[in-house]
Design a protein around this ligand. Structure first.
Ligand code: HEM
Length: 130
């Protein structure tokens, strides 16, 4: 069956929910969310819906500082290139399972670009700390 593209906020909720459901305690990134940070999903998920709505559909609801919570995470578990690569693998798989089209491609490209930039930043910061 052919898949449709991401067109509205419901689609965003669908892939954000599926992305976090795909994490398990056994995987590198899931371990950080589920065991280390014990993330409150009722708080985190709506922020992520708004964040992705801003990136893909020009939404204006997201009010936050995307990098900031990761600085806190990084003090507890140093975030490595491997974490970001695994994050991107899970994210790409989630999008490819559910959607197809220009917006789906844009979601993967934007996620990849952010993850790569952050991976370099954290690698650099964590090396300076040594
Ligand atoms: C190494 C991989 C990553 C880990 C372990 C991670 C972990 C986290 C954690 C623990 C939070 C705080 C959740 C909460 O308590 O509310 C968070 C927030 C967030 N993350 Fe990540 N993250 C990763 C990669 C990414 C990437 C690549 C993006 C963007 C494409 C991203 C976007 C965000 C945003 C937008 C927030 C909410 C920021 C706010 O408070 O406004 N994360 N992340």
């Amino acid at each position: 069956m052919s898949k449709s593209d991401i067109t509205n906020k419901e689609d965003i909720k669908t892939f954000v929910n599926a992305f976090y459901k795909s994490m398990t305690s056994e995987d590198l990134v899931g371990h950080v969310f589920l065991d280390v940070m014990q993330v409150d999903w009722d708080h985190h998920l709506p922020k992520m819906y708004d964040f992705w709505e801003m990136l893909l559909l020009d939404g204006h609801s997201y009010k936050g500082t995307p990098m900031q919570p990761h600085l806190i995470v990084n003090q507890i578990v140093p975030l490595t290139k491997a974490h970001f690569e695994h994050w991107i693998t899970l994210f790409t798989q989630t999008i490819d399972t559910l959607f197809e089209g220009p917006k789906a491609e844009e979601a993967k490209t934007k996620a990849f670009n952010i993850a790569q930039t952050w991976a370099y930043k954290f690698d650099y910061m964590n090396k300076l700390d040594k």
